[in-house]
Design a binder for this molecule. Structure first.
Ligand code: NAP
Length: 495
């Protein structure tokens, strides 16, 4: 590192932040905090907020406690409940972005269509779908993971006479009160929608191809007095954020997922099993709701109410195979017909897109599509060899699970900030991981990923196209340690 000498222009770096969601807003605030103003947040939609803007379905909540799902630098005494609702979270991000001066840097309705690296100038040309072009030194890809809806390939779907739509494209004109509603999918989304509609719809059919394990969690409102006390004393919020029981559960969970034979996972599974046994009264329904794979293999559902809601009179659980959608409803392979007015497709997302479909070209014109064949990946989830000064927040192979992704993004920022230090100081033009370091990481990661609970024999969005879990396969602490400081031997600085 010492022998790299680049005489910087001294004008400060120019940044493009791709995406105005939780990570992009955080990156912008961090840049402002370090006195940098030469950046733009490119947001493809008309508003910021990422997943909390896109998802507007009834019952939307975050399954991470609200005080933990907050930026460390913008605690929110006003959270109304232990698990906050989607609209409240969206409001929070918008308020924080506004309070920290991010909005003048945000360019809405501005989708990034290309990021092309020029080796001579060591700059990125960022192309926009509206035809615009911007030259920057650094690209921060903060595009999120779950933003391209995965539509189910069910015959006849387009013949449905009622309203049919994906959960992340909620159709406000659809009348669900007193209507016959079908919800396909029982991931976190489908479960929350069914909870919310279980006493609103006249009949609610929950189509479950693979029933889910449900982890019971508490939910409660914060009183006005509590909110006042939080506002006066942030230590009270910190006590919730750093609640030893909460973190013990997270550590137990992340230690457990690293080994599907671990006692921690057995304990979690037993907890979920007891929840099923003790909560569902009808033995037939209980068996319908019993998963045939390990708990936490798919993302564990946290819910304080699903088993109660699904036992309401209007709700019917359908675990048979769907044959086709017909104009009046859904036909099962055994001939059963469910007449429906509204069909909600809570069928998940294409989790391998990240910044794509933008065309990203690094050194030698290498495309991200090629680099990510057969799977999206990044060195320690943040950097890519041959894509200099290109950083990912909540990108591929990062930790995902039932814990705050804000925390992950903040750690990733602290790490990439250190990586950029030589470039900011004018000692190098670019930084990128060496191919050797990246390949060694990938080899270790894939071997470890196969042993995680995600690889224990179920399908989920955690798996890549080759069936390898795409997530961080080690403990939470291992991630914290990896992000604490770069191992400079793994990086190449170019003068
Ligand atoms: P998901 O977990 O991928 O679940 C998709 C569901 O749709 C699964 O039950 C799947 O069944 C079913 N499905 C897909 N295609 C189908 C088809 N052709 N026929 C029948 N069923 C089909 O998607 P999600 O529920 O939207 O959740 C995605 C992620 O978003 C979550 O894991 C979580 O990370 C995040 N999320 C978080 C929260 C929160 O509270 N923080 C809330 C919502 C979402 P199979 O399992 O059989 O494939």
């Amino acid at each position: 590192m010492d022998d790299v000498v680049w005489k910087g222009s001294g004008e400060g770096l120019r940044y493009a932040i791709v995406g105005g969601g939780m990570s992009g807003i955080m990156a912008a605030i961090r840049l402002i905090g370090q006195g940098e103003t030469n950046f733009t947040v490119f947001e493809k939609e008309a508003d910021i907020g990422g997943t909390w803007r896109d998802n507007r379905y009834p019952g939307l909540t975050c399954d991470t406690p609200s005080h933990a799902y907050s930026y460390s630098f913008a605690l929110n005494p006003k959270w109304s409940s232990y698990y906050a609702s989607g609209p409240e979270i969206h409001r929070y991000f918008k308020d924080v972005a506004s309070d920290f001066g991010v909005m003048p840097h945000v360019r809405c309705n501005s989708e990034v269509s290309a990021c092309i690296f020029d080796e001579d100038s060591a700059t990125w040309t960022v192309g926009l779908t509206d035809g615009g072009e911007v030259e920057v030194d650094v690209v921060i890809a903060a595009s999120g993971v779950l933003h391209y809806p995965k539509m189910p390939d069910i015959p006849g779907l387009d013949t449905f006479a009622g309203k049919a739509f994906h959960s992340a494209r909620w159709d406000d004109s659809a009348v669900v009160d007193g209507a016959r509603v079908g919800v396909i999918g029982c991931g976190s989304t489908g479960i929350q929608i069914v909870n919310a509609l279980s006493n609103r719809a006249e009949r609610l059919v929950h189509f479950q191809r693979s029933p889910q394990w449900i982890m019971p969690v508490p939910q409660f409102d914060y009183s006005a007095e509590q909110q006042e006390a939080f506002a006066k004393d942030n230590a009270l919020i910190d006590a919730i954020r750093h609640d030893p029981d909460y973190w013990a559960a997270i550590y137990r969970f992340t230690d457990g997922i690293t080994d599907f034979n671990s006692p921690q996972i057995a304990e979690i599974e037993e907890y979920c099993r007891q929840n099923l046994e003790n909560s569902v009264r009808d033995p037939e329904l209980r068996e319908k709701l019993r998963p045939n794979y390990r708990a936490a293999c798919k993302r564990l559902i946290y819910s304080w109410e699903y088993y109660e809601c699904v036992q309401r009179p209007a709700v019917y659980v359908e675990t048979g195979a769907i044959a086709q959608v017909e104009p009046e409803g859904v036909r099962m392979q055994d001939g059963t017909f469910h007449p429906l007015d509204v069909l909600v497709l809570a069928t998940g997302f294409k989790a391998d897109r990240f910044i794509r479909p933008a065309v990203v070209k690094g050194r030698g014109g290498q495309t991200l599509d090629d680099f990510w064949n057969p799977r999206p990946t990044a060195h320690l989830a943040v950097t890519l060899p041959d894509f200099p000064n290109f950083f990912m927040l909540n990108g591929p192979t990062g930790p995902v699970g039932n814990f705050p992704l804000i925390d992950i993004a903040e750690m990733q920022w602290d790490y990439l900030k250190q990586l950029l230090e030589p470039v900011r100081e004018g000692r190098a033009r670019c930084v990128e991981p060496t191919r050797e370091a990246f390949e060694a990481y990938e080899e270790r990661r894939i071997a470890a990923a196969r042993k995680t609970i995600f690889g224990s024999g179920c399908s989920s969005w955690y798996l890549d196209d080759t069936g390898v879990p795409a997530t961080w396969p080690w403990s939470y602490q291992a991630f914290v340690d990896a992000m604490a400081a770069p191992d400079w031997q793994e990086f190449r600085l170019e003068a």
